[in-house]
Design a protein around this ligand. Structure first.
Ligand code: ADP
Ligand code: GLC
Length: 475
């Protein structure tokens, strides 16, 4: 089967969060199962300067947004059996960031136009187009409204995956014509209408043959009014085509015994001593004191989603108990400043590294005793699965994929793989952190849990089979 993944992020080229991990590692897993898989993403500014992969020019096409004409170059390369296509619309994507520009909706409109026209030009005719999140939602609308008579597109099926339900891709309805050349009846009849705006996410949900989200628990949450960000009526309507499939992680990149970013590989039989060696090196590198105390790590986008406030509520207390903290993250300025203020207050116990840094992320996952992920909501979460693979025990809120992947100490005892709490309050997180502190003193039990976590399998094999089954069911 030929599968085209359309996304705004994909490793190893561009990644802001877990979306970049998932698009690449799912594609790779599908290739392993004998499928022909391509990914298309925009050609961002940072890609111009990458030298690792040989990216080739293969042609160009014109994209029209009303009266605006943009010439888009098409580029390609191949990584691990996955073909990558890049649409180079410099006017919109030759920029430093991935999201958050004033002309956001015009940019993604240009991208989906380019993807639609790219397929016949590069000669890739997918059986299934796998769309990821709101930037891609208008592609099936364009194809199903404008290309019905074109045999190239006629049999194409669409699957849309919701990773970030809080983002709906809203734009003023009067721009439907300007951005997409489509009539306003698509708004008037409700297909694109969401909370009195046009929405690219809703468009994708309505026009796709199947809808997925990234964990079974989050699929349930999306069907409730409290946990769906307003999407529940739509998903109830399409209940029959909606399913939750748990993400996996890229076990090649996140490999405790073959990780080039660690000073010592983390082997099963010497797990504790290997972790301690890495921890000591991290303490030296970041000038922290007393590596014999428990280390709580965090690697995260700094947004309201991630529950950083609950951590801030607990920092004074746990620093006084001797705990150490390393935070790696980038995002909302207010959260960055508040974390930095704690670092200034406790320079030998708290380190805050701002920015995106993959090697340091690897070191934190491997060296921490506990990994903080008290998210307000979490469709799946990749970080807690990575942490476990390195024998680091996650402390999570019981939401979405966190609930589906972490076995809580309070319930599972010595069979647990981490800690969890339910209520979104600082006290509840503190309660779980206190359990971690106590467990740290009970070394044989700590070791048991670390081994449980280390041995948990979260590779893509099962999930990619479920996707393949889903893709096959709509042929
Ligand atoms: P989300 O996609 O909501 O950000 P996930 O847990 O699904 O959360 O995925 C986060 C991914 O991004 C993980 O691979 C994590 O290691 C990575 N990541 C997040 N922030 C950073 C950062 N500042 N530096 C390096 N990697 C990061
Ligand atoms: C989103 C979600 C995260 C999920 C990731 C990949 O960024 O916030 O929970 O793991 O997508 O699906």
């Amino acid at each position: 089967m030929k599968i085209l993944m359309v996304a705004s992020e994909a490793n190893p080229f561009i990644k802001v969060g877990g979306l970049g991990d998932v698009v690449y590692s799912l594609a790779k897993a599908l290739v392993k199962q004998g499928q022909e898989v391509a990914i298309v993403i925009p050609f961002y500014k940072s890609l111009r300067y990458q030298s690792k992969h040989a990216i080739q020019f293969i042609g160009h096409l014109d994209v029209f947004l009303s009266w605006r004409k943009h010439t888009v170059s098409l580029l390609t390369t191949k990584v691990d059996g996955v073909t990558y296509y890049f649409t180079d619309a410099a006017y919109y994507f030759d920029r430093d960031g991935v999201y958050g520009y004033p002309d956001e909706h015009e940019r993604w409109a240009a991208f989906v136009h380019a993807v639609r026209h790219m397929m016949p030009v590069v000669g890739f005719q997918p059986d299934v187009v796998h769309l990821h999140d709101w930037p891609t939602g208008m592609l099936p609308v364009l194809i199903r409204e404008l290309d019905q008579k074109n045999t190239f597109y006629q049999k194409m099926k669409f699957v849309m995956t919701i990773h970030s339900p809080a983002f709906h891709g809203e734009f003023p309805p009067h721009l439907i014509q300007d951005f997409y050349g489509l009539g306003n009846h698509l708004y008037d009849d409700g297909a694109l209408r969401f909370q009195d705006q046009a929405s690219t996410l809703k468009a994708g949900l309505v026009y796709s043959d199947r809808i997925t989200t990234v964990s079974p628990s989050h699929a349930e949450e999306l069907l409730t009014s409290e946990g769906s960000f307003g999407l529940d009526p739509i998903l109830h309507l399409y209940r029959d085509k909606f399913v939750g499939i748990l993400n996996g992680i890229d076990t090649d990149e996140w490999h405790p015994t073959k990780d080039p970013h660690l000073v010592t590989p983390i082997q099963k039989l010497t797990l504790q001593t290997n972790k301690d060696k890495n921890k000591e090196q991290l303490f030296n590198m970041f000038d922290l004191e007393h590596p014999q105390y428990p280390l709580f790590g965090l690697v995260s986008r700094l947004t309201f989603q991630k529950g950083i406030q609950l951590i801030l509520d607990n920092l004074d207390h746990f620093v006084h108990l001797g705990a150490k903290f390393i935070f790696l993250g980038a995002g909302e300025m207010d959260l960055e400043h508040r974390l930095k203020a704690f670092e200034a207050k406790y320079p030998k116990a708290v380190r805050v590294i701002l920015g995106y840094n993959n090697p340091v992320a690897h070191q934190i996952y491997a060296s921490s005793d506990f990994f903080l992920m008290p998210s307000l909501f979490e469709p799946c979460g990749i970080s807690q699965m990575i942490a476990m693979r390195y024998g680091t025990l996650p402390i999570v809120r019981e939401t979405g994929g966190l609930k589906d992947t972490v076995k809580s100490y309070a319930i599972y005892g010595e069979k647990a793989t981490g800690f969890s709490f339910l209520h979104y309050t600082g006290d509840s997180l503190g309660w779980a952190m206190q359990q971690a502190m106590s467990l740290f003193e009970q070394k044989p039990l700590l070791k048991k849990l670390q081994l449980n976590a280390y041995e948990t399998n979260h590779d893509w094999e099962k999930a990619s089979q479920l996707y393949l089954k889903l893709f096959t069911s709509i042929q």
